[in-house]
Design a protein around this ligand. Structure first.
Ligand SMILES: *[C@@H]1O[C@H](CO)[C@@H](O)[C@H](O)[C@H]1NC(C)=O
Ligand SMILES: *[C@@H]1O[C@H](CO)[C@@H](O)[C@H](O)[C@H]1NC(C)=O
Length: 366
């Protein structure tokens, strides 16, 4: 495509226009050779061996605040979540030492947020007298496991919140920072403190969260959780397990527990999934060791099946967060469709949030 338009500039312009119009009508599942062949909110991806050849697949989430409304409590919506959001393929070394560790995502945190990701899982470490995002073992960051200073990523989040005044971002920290006020200093330096949602407004006993519209009106649009309990009193950073339950994904004897069909049980740090004193439910769906090649297959029916399994395990509660690796890889709707399913169930009891809207053309199959 495009090669034919070698004549006059006007023809070229018309041709580009036609391509643009053509792209707008491409559907998920259509063949493609580049992203330009696909419609808005899609990219061109080859999900071998599930589907042979490249097809348009989804690359963006539906925004429930925009599509429906934002007048419900924060815990009545689902948020697409990237696991190890910072561990990005091709991120250059910031230490001068080549990195030897796993990666989990393929585009920048800015791109993730622009594509509708609303929760980020970050591993924070003391390193080089500062706070860094590293993919390490044993709580220590090394030159060869370091991705970047946390400040860089926090600044990307700040830029997004500043440019999108109706959006809320959640950060879930696997926290190894022990420097006093280490995290607070970086949140402050990045400009993120001004969006801080205070722990005092978080429900302690299973009540609903504040309304999204109120969080937006008060500009308290950054929700942060840490894995270190003492920071809730020392720095005012919410201890994740006081507010959220989460299923296991750690490797156990029989394989990847979080991905075993039909099983959804809490990870060791979390209360049982059906503990309703925690108002938020997070579903992990990724293997212990990230594998690009299988991510596409995993982001299909098995993901939807696990959403339903975890609903039952959580005491008939739909997950609020759905965390995946390589979030854009799928054979069609992937993690985006699974998020639409959750928002549909949460907001109107339909299997797709788009069906909550009369006249959307999406049928409610409740
Ligand atoms: C944030 O930084 C400003 C400017 O450096 C400083 O005055 C303020 O005390 C800091 N706030 C916190 C909570 O650390
Ligand atoms: C927002 O959407 C929810 C879910 O569809 C609905 O129950 C609620 O009445 C709506 N609120 C407003 C103010 O429109």
């Amino acid at each position: 495509m495009g090669r034919a338009f070698t004549a006059a500039p006007l023809l070229l312009l018309l041709g580009l226009l036609a391509l643009g119009l053509g792209a707008a009508t491409a559907n998920v599942g259509d063949s493609c050779s580049t992203g330009a062949d696909c419609g808005a909110g899609q990219w061109c991806f080859d999900c071998e061996p599930k589907l042979s050849g490249s097809h348009c697949v989804r690359s963006a989430a539906t925004n429930p605040f925009q599509l429906i409304n934002n007048s419900l409590p924060f815990n009545k919506y689902a948020y697409l979540t990237t696991h190890n959001s910072y561990a990005i393929v091709g991120e250059p070394s910031h230490t001068g030492i080549p990195r030897i560790t796993f990666d989990n995502q393929e585009d920048t945190v800015t791109d993730q947020l622009n594509n509708g990701v609303r929760a980020l899982m970050l591993d924070t470490y003391d390193f080089k007298g500062d706070v860094w995002l590293c993919h390490s073992n044993g709580g220590t960051c090394n030159d060869f496991t370091a991705f970047e200073p946390a400040l860089d990523t926090f600044q990307e989040i700040e830029a997004f919140l500043s440019a999108n005044p109706s959006e809320i971002v959640t950060i879930i920290l696997e926290d190894y920072v022990h420097a006093p006020n280490g995290l607070t200093n970086v949140f402050n330096a990045s400009g993120l403190l001004k969006y801080w949602f205070p722990v005092s407004k978080m429900p302690q006993n299973g009540q609903d969260w504040p309304l999204v519209s109120d969080m937006v009106a008060s500009n308290q649009r950054l929700v942060v959780f840490t894995s270190i309990s003492s920071k809730q009193s020392s720095e005012g950073i919410a201890y994740q397990w006081n507010f959220m339950v989460e299923n296991n994904f750690h490797l156990i004897s029989d394989g990847d527990d979080g991905m075993d069909a039909g099983k959804c049980s809490n990870r060791a740090e979390s209360a049982p999934l059906n503990d309703k004193t925690k108002s938020l439910v997070l579903m992990n769906y990724f293997p212990s060791v990230p594998v690009k090649f299988t991510a596409c297959l995993q982001h299909s029916q098995s993901l939807v099946d696990m959403v339903n399994t975890c609903y039952g395990a959580a005491g008939n509660r739909w997950a609020n967060f759905i965390a995946v690796d390589y979030y854009k890889r799928s054979d069609g709707g992937g993690a985006f469709q699974a998020t639409d399913l959750l928002n549909g169930e949460l907001l109107c009891g339909c299997q797709d949030v788009r069906a909550c809207l009369q006249g959307s053309g999406v049928v409610c199959s409740a």
